[in-house]
Write a protein that binds this ligand. Structure first.
Ligand SMILES: NC(=O)c1ccc[n+]([C@@H]2O[C@H](COP(=O)([O-])OP(=O)(O)OC[C@H]3O[C@@H](n4cnc5c(N)ncnc54)[C@H](OP(=O)(O)O)[C@@H]3O)[C@@H](O)[C@H]2O)c1
Length: 284
């Protein structure tokens, strides 16, 4: 079996490359943006015709939520429009397209975990462009969309990944956001879920994948990280964590609550879904 990966140098793409030899009995052909620009429809077609993959994992995306507001055309081109060419190229070669999407397709007004049956209602351009892309992939008979959220790993550059270092380096308290409740997702857990779809020969459908445990705020996540570091090394000197009193102003609107239920993914693939606190062990 052959799997083509696009957006190979991104946070998720790099984990796919790291874990593929261990978890899938398939040849992985990974393309960075420099090697395959997914906006170039001819290049996509030529590449897929040459490689004839059974699966394509599309990890290429416009992921800067704030920048997407001011650069909405660029966000739509990458997160939505280019999916037409990708679907066409997959269709010509018979490949299943596994496309990643986001919890930001929801407006955040629910207070119980979002399921695949909930109606998307994005409140920012990133979310609406990703939703437009989802629709194109789900219209394809061999299209799979996996929505995820707050992906972190030892090597990612987002807040969740850097919180241990921040606590070690900061002298004063670390003020952390309490306004958003989301599901953290340990990157390697997400990638194992993507591989389990391939191993299970899943060919279409919409799935949520995040870690389990009902989500948390960034503040709760940081407190848990602190507690676990101190449990391992009681003598560690760490900045105290305090809840941020006011919302950060500016930037794109963000949904207040986007916890998603990964129950369907577990049912389809048989994989266990680790609790969000389990992933922290790997970054401290
Ligand atoms: N990370 C999260 O917390 C999170 C949460 C929800 C959903 N997701 C979804 O998960 C997917 C992967 O996200 P990620 O965290 O890996 O994002 P990322 O780290 O920003 O990676 C995106 C990758 O896309 C590449 N790219 C940009 N334009 C391209 C083009 N024209 N052709 C080919 N590649 C291009 C980028 O290339 P360069 O390296 O050259 O910039 C980058 O490597 C995305 O669909 C995202 O929406 C992520």
């Amino acid at each position: 079996m052959k799997v083509v990966l696009t957006g190979a140098n991104g946070g998720v793409g790099r984990i796919v490359q790291q874990l593929a030899p261990e978890f899938i009995h398939a040849e992985l052909v990974a393309y960075s943006r420099q090697e395959l620009d997914v906006l170039d429809q001819e290049a996509l077609m030529e590449c897929f015709l040459m490689q004839e993959p059974q699966y394509v994992i599309n990890a290429a995306a416009f992921t800067n939520v704030d920048l997407a507001q001011s650069e909405s055309q660029a966000a739509y081109r990458l997160n939505a429009d280019c999916l037409e060419g990708m679907v066409r190229a997959c269709d010509r070669t018979g490949a299943v397209l596994i496309h990643l999407s986001t919890d930001y397709v929801f407006d955040g007004t629910k207070r119980t975990p979002y399921t695949e049956d909930d109606v998307p209602a994005p409140i920012n351009t990133y979310g609406s462009s990703k939703r437009a892309g989802e629709i194109k992939v789900l219209d394809y008979s061999r299209g799979v969309v996996v929505r995820t959220s707050w992906v972190y790993s030892r090597h990612s550059r987002n807040f969740l990944a850097t919180v241990p270092a921040l606590m070690h380096s900061q002298s004063g308290p670390l003020y952390v956001d309490t306004f958003q409740i989301n599901s953290p997702t340990y990157g390697p857990d997400l990638v194992r879920a993507l591989f389990s779809l391939i191993k299970g020969h899943v060919e279409s459908g919409l799935f949520h994948y995040t870690n389990s445990g009902g989500g948390c705020t960034r503040y709760e996540f940081a407190c848990k990280v602190r507690e676990m570091i101190l449990h391992k090394k009681p003598s560690a000197v760490l900045a105290p964590i305090l809840p941020m009193g006011t919302k950060i102003q500016g930037g794109a609107l963000r949904p207040a609550y986007t916890v998603m239920s990964p129950e369907k993914m577990g049912r389809f693939t048989g994989i266990a879904i680790p609790h969000w606190q389990a992933g922290i062990e790997n970054i401290i």
